[in-house]
Design a protein around this ligand. Structure first.
Ligand code: SF4
Length: 360
């Protein structure tokens, strides 16, 4: 059995005003779907991602037009900006010059030593990290020949190869990802990587699918990895609005108590004892608390028989009773409110708790 690794043991790496690694918090990332050179559309999408709880955003940089847009995008957003480059060292230099807070490029794919050195020296001068992104689907030919097909060992070997190039140039602000679309392969690769790589790991199950299937697949794979104390930052890859990626990531991290800034909903599965329209209330409350940036637990329960007791860990909750709602805190009823206003009353209590948290 794989030994439990603790994510705190990784090297802390600064990305803009955020630290990735060296602590228990797992940073939520997403990637824009707009054309990066369309600055207005890209910034608008980033704003929606931030509102949903995204902490670091990545943009693709496929060409010069995209690279030229980096300074303006950077100026207009509030979270660290990662620029994703494949092969072209000139684009990497431009992105770094333009204010990128991190670049994603595999040094082994840049080509001549002087080009690699130019990128590394530019990143060093600006104090920004480099993410090495190993992908099972695009392993180096040499590694594929050695292993025959993409394996966890091959992925780790690829990561170590890129790491060595950076370390030989005395560069250590490194973040590593080892993505695979196959869940078992991704789990094995991250487990093996965590044993030998001291840098923070960026987690992802790549090409995981549509909103529903991709959410389940990502939660299964990343859940297994996170539960072993592995992973410092995460991106859920969905064929969907990237805001959904952020929502899934938040929910996943909340399940493990790893999101420092998110409220959680506890809602009962309903049964024959139900006294209120619980499903629509639960959805409304879920939507409301998605904007709250404090670790509050909110419960919505169908009845008072088992209700408050079943949700003792909730900071605030509501349970249906005939024609009214019972507001409770940590399992104790604090007051009764008419059914028509119970959701509003619950929201007010949530706001109060959030205010108390923000003041701390
Ligand atoms: Fe049933 Fe009440 Fe439990 Fe909901 S809280 S599942 S309605 S007993």
């Amino acid at each position: 059995m794989t030994q439990i690794i603790h994510r705190k043991d990784t090297r802390p790496v600064r990305v803009g005003n955020i630290t990735i690694g060296g602590k228990d918090e797992v940073i939520i990332q997403s990637m824009t779907t707009t054309k990066t050179h369309d600055v207005d559309a890209t910034v608008a999408e980033i704003e929606r991602l931030v509102e949903a709880g995204c902490q670091v955003v990545r943009v693709a940089c496929p060409d010069e037009r995209a690279a030229n847009a980096i300074p303006e995008i950077k100026k207009r957003i509030t979270i660290p900006l990662v620029v994703d480059i494949h092969f072209d060292y000139r684009l990497a230099l431009k992105a770094i010059e333009g204010g990128a807070d991190k670049i994603r490029i595999n040094p082994g794919n840049i080509g001549k030593k002087e080009k690699v050195e130019a990128v590394v020296n530019a990143a060093k001068a600006k104090g920004i990290p480099i993410r090495i992104g190993v992908n099972a689907g695009s392993l180096e030919k040499k590694i594929l020949e050695k292993y025959g097909y993409p394996t966890a060992d091959g992925m780790v070997e690829s990561a170590l190869h890129h790491i060595k190039i950076l370390e030989d140039l005395d560069f250590h602000d490194i973040i590593v990802s080892l993505k695979a679309s196959d869940v078992n392969l991704a789990i094995e690769a991250y487990e093996k990587a965590a044993q030998v790589i001291k840098y923070p790991l960026h987690l992802g199950i790549t090409e995981s699918g549509t909103l529903f299937a991709g959410t389940v697949k990502s939660a299964a794979g990343l859940g297994a990895i996170l539960s072993k104390g592995i992973g410092n930052t995460v991106r859920i890859s969905l064929s969907a609005d990237p805001v959904e990626e952020v929502k899934v990531a938040r929910e996943l991290l909340k399940s493990f108590g790893l999101a420092a800034n998110a409220a959680t909903l506890i809602s009962c599965p309903t049964c024959g004892r139900i006294e209120i329209d619980l499903i629509s209330i639960a959805n409304e409350v879920e939507e409301y608390i998605s904007k709250i940036k404090a670790p509050i637990k909110v419960a919505v329960l169908g009845c008072a028989v088992n209700g408050p007791g079943e949700a003792r860990e909730a900071d605030i909750g509501i349970a249906g009773a005939r024609g009214e709602g019972l507001l409770f805190r940590h399992g104790k009823i604090i007051r009764k409110v008419p059914e028509e206003i119970m959701v509003e009353e619950l929201k007010k209590e949530v706001d109060k708790l959030a205010e108390e948290h923000y003041k701390k």
